[in-house]
Design a protein around this ligand. Sequence first.
Ligand SMILES: Cc1ncc(COP(=O)(O)O)c(C=O)c1O
Length: 407
Amino acid sequence: MFFNKSDIGKHRFFKINKLESLKPFIDNYKSPFYLYSKKVIEHQYELFRKNIPGNFNVFYAQKSNPNKEILKFIHGLGAGCDTASLMEMKNAMDAGFDNLHLMLTGPGKTEEELKFAISEKILSINVESFQELELINTIAKQTDIKQDILVRINPPFDSSEKNRIIGGSGISKFGIDLDQIPEFIELAQSMSNVNLNGIHIFNSSQILDHNKILQNTKDVINTAIHFNEHNDLKVKRIDLGGGFGIPYSEDESEMDINSLGEGLNEFFKEEKIRKFSEKVEMYFELGRYLSGLCGIYLTKVLYTKISRGKNIAVTDGGVHHLVRPALIGQNHPIVNLTALLEERTSKGNYLIAGPLCTSLDEFDDNAELPETKPGDILAILNAGAYGFTESMPDFLSHKKAYEEFIN
Ligand SMILES: Cc1ncc(COP(=O)(O)O)c(C=O)c1O
């Protein structure tokens, strides 16, 4: 994705934060860091609220970025929080989220995590195996609590991920296969200390086609209706997970959230769907959509050279701070902030590589940039989600990245 000074504002981060406002961060640059903009998160939240019907609640998927200031900010916007570990639950509580606005989901919850969730009376534990169900019931019995749960289902449908992130349908560690759900419902309903009151289905992330999200949402709601009609599942909640994507490359464009909202409104006009959904709380657990565009990772070019005719720029930051390009195989847009501010006109294609002793340590093998020189500060965009904490900071014992806010 090539940006010049006149079109950098097409990117949400720079639409909200003018290029010039980054100058102090560039002038004072010491080592690689993440720079976040809360205003971008707010914009994304408002986009969702403006377009998606009000019967969908927003929970923030903390795993996408658990920065404490970000958590507090998102809590202030009115969202709940999706958590996946003991620390995530504690972080959410510290940030101000009410326990009744917390859910716990994940295929490998420990006894310690379940005990904590149950004793703190969080809104829902989303159960991913029969053995987990037994354990929850046993723990809840010891404390005389009836714990609200959802069953996470592994259905035969998905929204077709481009790069493998959650994994789609098929063999999966996430959830319980659809054909085992009648047995699960029967077992849960026979237990004294769990309240099974709905379903959770999420198996595809980074989806940009609103039609796929729409179809998936319909399929999930119809699945809940099916179990309501055939297995007497009293559905009070439906959790649809995350999955709303953001564009990373030139051939991707923003997910059309307006059309998604229209499609959902249309769907809820059907008499059967309207009647059913009136009594049901629905949840999207947005991660990337809220936090992805809010963050950029800044790194300095240390050296440039040419290898077999290819321009190389070696940076002081690498995949130890931002592993996503190597892990998922998806490049992020890169801009040369120094060159844009200086309005350099000549361009080149560069392999952008970090300092680590592995060839995996590349951000892009063919980034189109203005002429790039040692000392230039590059920004790797869309680094707000699955960036800072989805990294491997101890590899090669370099300085750790740090986090800053522009607003
Ligand atoms: C249970 C659950 N909910 C929500 C999310 C957020 O997904 P996304 O970032 O695609 O919105 C994830 C991501 O892994 C997840 O595991």
